[in-house]
Design a protein around this ligand. Structure first.
Ligand code: GAR
Length: 205
């Protein structure tokens, strides 16, 4: 069984979708812990309601990737037996960039969700970038994290049509409902051992 840790910073709707899907679809994953870098993240209460242990590791004032901070995450992961052998770490709106040391420690066992069709619109405010650029389609991507920002091997993408009158908010809402489908699906594929990474490619069997 895979031991899952989900890292959040706020709302936690992707975390909620993953946790509910694990229960509903009997995905062979044990939700071990939810870690937030903000004490007031709404997602913490949701996780607790769903019966999942939570931990807060405040990162206020720590700018940029920090192995010192990430080592604290590793300690919490170890406490809940989420290891590079049996674990999966899902970044779900975790608004920090992980240090290269953390990525190397957990290599190919860290997933991230991004609200755009990567490699378009990485970084922040992707939905705003899409609306302003005038693309006709955008969407979302689940990928393995690597040492870059939003650059690792792509596992699943879902496409959303952009309307002429879309705003950042209306587009974000439609993308989010797709995020809630593809992230649990990616976790399921991982748990079933159906994702193989070959170079840049995540191949699904
Ligand atoms: C989601 O839209 C996720 O794709 C985005 O933050 C939101 C978190 O919402 N992540 C990024 O932009 C990462 N670059 P949630 O807390 O409700 O899951």
């Amino acid at each position: 069984m895979i031991n899952l840790a989900i890292l959040i910073s706020g709302r936690g709707s992707n975390m909620e979708a993953i946790l509910k899907s694990i229960k509903k679809n009997r995905i062979p994953v044990n939700p071990s812990v939810v870690i937030s870098n903000k004490a007031d993240a709404r997602g913490i209460k949701i996780a607790q309601k769903l019966g999942v242990k939570t931990e807060v590791l405040e990162s206020q004032g720590i700018k940029g990737p920090s192995w010192d901070y990430d080592k604290k995450i590793v300690s919490v992961l170890e406490k809940y037996d989420v290891t590079p052998k049996n674990g999966l770490v899902c970044l779900a709106g975790f608004m920090r960039i992980m240090s290269p040391e953390f990525i190397r420690y957990f290599k190919t066992r860290i997933m991230n969700i991004h609200p755009a069709i990567l490699p378009s619109f990485p970084g922040l405010h992707s939905q705003k970038q899409a609306v302003e650029y005038g693309v006709k389609y955008s969407g979302c991507t689940v990928h393995f994290a690597d040492e870059g920002v939003d650059t690792g091997p792509i596992i699943i993408q879902a496409v959303v049509k952009v309307k002429d009158d879309d705003t950042e908010e209306t587009l974000a809402k439609r993308i989010l409902s797709k995020e809630h489908k593809i992230y649990p699906e990616a976790v399921k594929l991982f748990a079933q051992g159906r994702i193989k990474t070959v170079g840049r490619k995540a191949i699904i069997s």
